[in-house]
Design a protein around this ligand. Structure first.
Ligand code: FE2
Length: 307
């Protein structure tokens, strides 16, 4: 059991900006739950529920993140691949580990330890999740964005994390962000090699990591040894607000109504947000009344498909 009282992730909490990329250090690398034998057992439990994602080392920065497993499938069984990760030429992600009782405790220990500091600046932590990456040497996580805030922590081996600020429109445009939030479509999120020189570049070893705000574009490259990495993720009031505004802007764009980013648009965003929130609340009430299931972003834990 890790301490609940001292933050297990260290950064300058006094100056913490929840919407800025930040280097961190951490004290979870020696936790026995990250030993490969334990991760193989976890992989067996998750594989039976379809919660392992994998691709080979032929995936590159520009590969479609969404389609990498289909474009570059591994040949072997996922559990055997993790057992032989040194030579497997594979990138493996154990998804939604918070659905496993043992690893939910880990997610709770780490996120509970940072929560008081996070909430001072960014209240409303919800939809907590954990993701463990077990990777062969020289494998790549293709360029992409995610909805959650993310503490990415290196456990074993070396990784280079390229990450751009969440408002860097040179790298991912407003339209691409609107499409991502409104349709979960990453089609307009496209890699260009010249992005590298605009990135924060973190060369991570065990005990090091980074805080990546919601929708920070990122690309990850594994070094010459096998690597184990964990991400702890969550939503907050501010990520839900940002996502809802982009979602509405995306839907309006589909109807031919384009809102240019400007001061006027920010004022418009406020109106959009309150209108959309009221509409969503009404929809949820009607869903509950008719017994239909809703994707509840304010739930304590991220919901896995089929969970
Ligand atoms: Fe990611």
């Amino acid at each position: 059991m890790l301490s609940n009282y001292t933050p297990l992730v260290d950064l300058d909490w006094k100056d913490f900006n929840p919407w800025a990329v930040t280097p961190v250090t951490h004290r979870v690398a020696d936790d026995p739950r990250f030993r490969i034998e334990q991760l193989v057992e976890l992989a067996k439990r998750l594989d039976s529920k379809g919660r392992i994602r994998a691709h080979t080392n032929s995936a590159e920065a520009a590969t479609s993140f969404a389609n990498a497993p289909e474009l570059h499938p591994i040949n072997d069984d996922p559990v055997r691949t993790i057992e032989h990760i040194q030579a497997a030429k594979a990138w493996m992600s154990l998804l939604n580990v918070q659905t496993d009782p043992i690893y939910r405790e880990l997610v709770d220990e780490v996120l509970d330890s940072v929560r008081p500091n996070v909430e001072l600046k960014d209240p409303g932590m919800s939809y907590r999740g954990g993701w463990i990456f077990v990777s062969s040497p020289r494998t790549v996580t293709p360029f992409h964005i995610d909805k959650e805030h993310n503490f990415i922590l290196q456990i074993k081996g070396q990784k280079t994390v390229y990450v751009w600020e969440p408002d860097d429109l040179r790298v991912v445009s407003e339209r691409a962000r609107d499409n991502f939030h409104s349709r979960h479509d990453r089609e307009l999120i496209r890699w260009r090699e010249e992005f590298r020189e605009m990135a924060h570049c973190f060369k991570l070893g065990p005990g090091q990591g980074a805080y990546m705000p919601s929708t920070s574009p990122h690309l990850v490259e594994v070094g010459d040894e096998p690597s184990i990495t964990v991400s702890f993720t969550y939503y907050t009031d501010s990520t839900r607000r940002d996502s809802l505004i982009h979602k509405v802007r995306g839907r309006l764009a589909e109807m031919g109504i384009n809102i240019a980013p400007s001061l006027g648009a920010r004022v418009f965003d406020e109106a959009l947000y309150f209108g959309a929130r009221a509409a969503r609340t009404a929809t949820r009430i009607s869903y509950r009344a008719t017994g239909r299931r809703i994707g509840e972003e304010t739930a304590a834990y991220a919901r896995a498909e089929g969970a």
